[in-house]
Design a protein around this ligand. Structure first.
Ligand code: ADP
Ligand code: MG
Length: 860
């Protein structure tokens, strides 16, 4: 391979710099000969990120240009790696034949690959969407738009300015487009943030652009035109997509409201704590809620299910609609099985269509799409067998794509090659011109094959060969030894060391026919193939509707299967703010433990009477598990799934808040307490009378009295606050909090039973009403083998602490405030016994000085 040269002030370098000017925020891969070269900062970046060797152009000169390169055949992999790390890459290719062109080779930007707009299989995950998003902050709203180019989804919404990040936290956004002017905190760190002029974000312009692309009718149907700043974000996003992916974006036909008010808000911390879609510890598998639920048989279904897990519903009717569908699927296992079998035939229609629309589909993609299309009549029938409203409406959405399927099937060979133009894309008998050209090409090749035999016989030269090379085409080769037998009609073309090569007029004529036929064959194949692609894209909206139906049906069938295998119950969704579970289990843990080992528990919360449950019990008793399973069950129910419990009654939850204690993420170090308090204040600010709050230890990260006081005050606040009374589970190691139910009418105590057996602690995992024995920790320590003297001393200290500093309260509500004697180091008691009238002024002054010394700096 050769590496073409270029100096800094050369035509090619000027060409490079002009290109780079257009894609300043991308790494430019510039084709030069057999290499793609990157220059300047791009070269340094590529050397760092890809481990390429950094060299320089014009080593001798004063300012050598840093350069790095990759061989052209390996470029895809390098690009994927960079884009996978959040960079944008622009590819500049040579156009026209460099061997033919004199002087500067013409070059053209052929592709821009970015994290959020890529269609590369190497960068996309089948079971996950991949979005590029734009946002436009306005007065009290943030305009938001997101597109998944690979599936054709386009979402817009005006989100409330506070909390909009939580609302979008779960969308897999690989790239952001923001206005150049906008200050931007969180995303500055991300490489994959591109900035575009503020004018791009103008809502009026956005409205025009969106209308132009999606059409007035579909914008109206999706209630998009009522939006404010979201139109600006949507317009900017559309312009960005055009910049990167070209003007057409033909499969981007589905515009929708993101509909934040339709969904439960799950902030990032909660999603992480509850391990909804990602394990808490990297590398663990099978520990997420998604992994337990996912029995989908299509990529469409897998993506849909993930979205559902991340966005549970909040409208009762919508939840019940899904539950009804799951019920029927469960009750009719044969029909369900048949439906699932049919769905197995449906490939990733969204992404296949995406490839087709972007002109990146090959024959095999269309083949897969065609096979899926052929399944649509059966799919429609199978879905039509059900009566649940949701399933019926899905059936109605399944357009009959069999005609398209038949067209593709009759055209495409059973096992077509990767690319059109490779030959063998189409079946014979499908297109007469194609067949004729094929025959001609094949006939010509046979003629040439025969020629060798014929000429050997005619000339009597046994070693005579017919060969082909790119420069001379077909030739007849005769070794030097037989030159005298060469007939006159042979025309000498080339002399080799031991042989001469000849042509004949007939040979050239035949050659022309063959090559002409082959070239035309190739061209025709490409032309016919793009015709098929057009046919596919013409059906874009029907294909997407089918994809939608399959995604939903597959996710519902997956729920049914999870319910059957896990013996889940249908939750009752009610209006009252209750959360009543009997024999509930943790959906993931019960599967990880040996069968029968998980101990089911009841939960009985009601915002009106049993709003807050304070759960005490020793470490490892099962408190955290109980909290998590309760949260998971609420989320499951609102996804429309059955739940791991004997029975469940649930008043719709608008948000699940979790706060997981310091003990559960020790690794985070010093800032833990601050983080804990930030999370706690976010809960107090955001929780409503419809929320579910799961507090797993508060106040661990600070001194005991500090922590206890905060925990206490937080509990009171949740109980009495004006902003509504969230159902709350509070697991705590502060036994002191167990007196709260005496003071707070809607608080109750729960505890986890533990017993002693053969001198060992046995965790019974049963949650019961009541408070844990306050010396339980010491008891457990004793059982664990702590020396008797230490245990005895601990009991003594506990007693002293209780007697001296803890008054068990009761009585007037305001006594909460004086619950603890201030830890003043004895100042108060000294004051009590003091007799000022018996002191001299000097004594008084020196006492004051002593106190100042002792307490003056903020305490003993
Ligand atoms: P705590 O928060 O009280 O310290 P955890 O909830 O972390 O306790 O539970 C400790 C361990 O006990 C868990 O890892 C789990 O293996 C087991 N466990 C918890 N709850 C149950 C249960 N209901 N049935 C069986 N095992 C359980
Ligand atoms: Mg715990």
């Amino acid at each position: 391979m050769t590496r073409a040269g270029a100096g800094l002030d050369t035509p090619v370098m000027r060409q490079y710099l002009a290109m780079k000017e257009k894609v300043r925020d991308a790494v430019l891969f510039f084709r030069m000969g057999d290499f793609y070269e990157v220059f300047f900062e791009d070269a340094e970046l590529a050397a760092r990120e890809l481990g390429l060797t950094l060299t320089t152009r014009d080593k001798g000169k004063v300012d050598p240009v840093p350069m790095a390169g990759v061989p052209h055949h390996a470029v895809e992999g390098y690009i994927a790696r960079l884009v996978g790390r959040g960079y944008r890459v622009a590819v500049c290719d040579q156009v026209g034949d460099p061997a033919q062109s004199k002087g500067l080779v013409a070059r053209r930007m052929t592709e821009i690959v970015t994290p959020g707009t890529t269609l590369s299989d190497a960068l996309l995950t089948e079971t996950r969407n991949n979005f590029v998003a734009a946002c436009l902050p306005a007065a009290d709203h943030v305009g938001f738009a997101a597109a998944d180019v690979s599936t054709g989804e386009f979402l817009v919404e005006d989100l409330p300015a506070d909390g909009w990040r939580d609302a979008v936290a779960l969308i897999p956004i690989a790239e952001w487009v923001v206005s150049e002017g906008a200050e931007d905190r969180a995303r500055d760190r991300s490489r994959a943030t591109v900035r575009r002029p503020p004018a791009w974000f103008d809502p009026a312009r956005g409205r025009e652009l969106l209308t132009g692309h999606f059409g007035e009718a579909s914008l109206g149907a999706a209630a998009v035109l009522d939006l404010g700043p979201a139109l600006g974000a949507g317009g900017a996003l559309l312009q960005y997509l055009r910049e990167v992916r070209g003007p057409e974006l033909r499969h981007l036909v589905r515009v929708r409201r993101f509909g934040s008010s339709e969904f439960m808000v799950l902030d990032a911390a909660t999603v992480r704590n509850l391990e909804l879609t990602r394990p808490l510890h990297e590398g663990e598998t099978g520990t997420t809620l998604l992994s337990v639920l996912d029995h989908t048989v299509t990529s469409l279904g897998a993506r849909r299910l993930r979205t559902w897990v991340e966005r549970p519903l909040v409208r009762r009717a919508a939840i019940v609609e899904r539950l009804d569908a799951v019920s029927e699927l469960l009750q009719r296992p044969d029909e369900t099985e048949a439906l699932v079998e049919t769905m197995r035939r449906v490939r990733d229609l969204e992404r296949l269509l995406g490839k087709a629309a972007a002109g990146r589909a090959g024959p095999r993609h269309l083949r897969a799409l065609g096979e899926s299309a052929l399944a649509t009549p059966e799919l429609r029938e199978r879905l039509g067998a059900f009566r649940a409203a949701l399933l019926t409406s899905l059936a109605a959405g399944v357009q009959d794509l069999a005609p398209l399927g038949r067209k593709l099937d009759s055209a495409l060979a059973d096992q077509p090659p990767l690319a059109a133009g490779d030959g063998g894309v189409f079946r014979s008998g499908w297109n007469a011109d194609l067949d004729e050209l094929r025959d001609r090409a094949r006939g010509g090749k046979e003629w040439i094959a025969r020629l060798q035999e014929d000429e050997r016989a005619r000339t009597g030269i046994p070693s005579l060969k017919v060969g082909f090379n790119k420069i001379f085409g077909y030739y007849i080769e005769v070794t030097s030894a037989h030159q005298e037998k060469v007939p006159d009609r042979y025309l000498r073309k080339q002399t080799l060391v031991h042989a001469e090569r000849y042509i004949t007029p007939e040979l050239k004529e035949e050659e022309e026919r063959i090559l002409g036929a082959e070239e035309r064959l190739r061209a025709l194949e490409i032309e016919l193939f793009s015709g098929l692609v057009r046919d596919v894209v013409a059906e874009a909206s029907s294909i997407q509707e089918v994809a939608d139906a399959v995604g939903t049906a597959d996710a519902l069938a997956s729920f049914a299967r999870a319910a059957r295998e896990g013996r889940y119950a249908r939750p009752e969704i009610v209006e009252e703010p209750v959360l009543a579970l009997s024999e509930s289990r943790h959906p993931v843990l019960e599967r990880l433990l040996p069968a029968g080992e998980f101990v089911p528990n009841d939960c009985d919360l009601d915002a009106r009477s049993r709003q807050i449950a304070i759960i005490t019990g020793p470490n490892m008793a099962g408190k955290s598990t109980f909290l998590r399973q309760t949260g998971l069950i609420a989320i499951l129910a609102q996804m429309g799934s059955f739940v791991p419990a004997a029975s469940a009654r649930l008043g719709v939850v608008d948000r699940v808040f979790t706060r997981v204690g310091a003990s559960d993420n020790i690794a985070r170090g010093q800032s833990t307490f601050l983080v804990e308090m930030e999370e706690t204040s976010a809960i107090l600010a955001g929780a409503t009378g419809r929320s579910l709050v799961l507090l797993d230890e508060i106040g661990r990260g600070t001194s005991t009295y500090d922590g206890l006081s905060i925990a206490w005050a937080v509990t009171e606040h949740l109980h009495d606050r004006a902003g509504g009374r969230p159902r709350t589970l509070f697991a705590t190691h502060y036994h002191e909090l167990t007196v709260l139910p005496e003071r707070l009418s809607r608080a109750v105590n729960l505890t986890v039973l533990v017993k002693e057996w053969n001198g060992k602690v046995v965790f019974l995992r049963r949650i019961v009403e009541g408070a844990a024995d306050r010396s339980y920790g010491i008891h457990v320590a004793e059982l664990a083998g702590l020396p008797g003297a230490v245990v005895d001393r601990a009991r003594e200290i506990l007693q002293a602490l209780e007697d001296g500093r803890f008054a068990s309260g009761g009585g007037s509500p305001s006594s909460q405030l004086t619950l603890f004697e201030p830890s003043d180091g004895g100042l108060l008691s000294e004051l009590r016994t003091l007799e000022p009238e018996a002191m001299t002024p000097l004594e008084a002054l020196s006492l004051l000085t002593r106190w100042k010394r002792r307490y003056g700096n903020g305490g003993p």
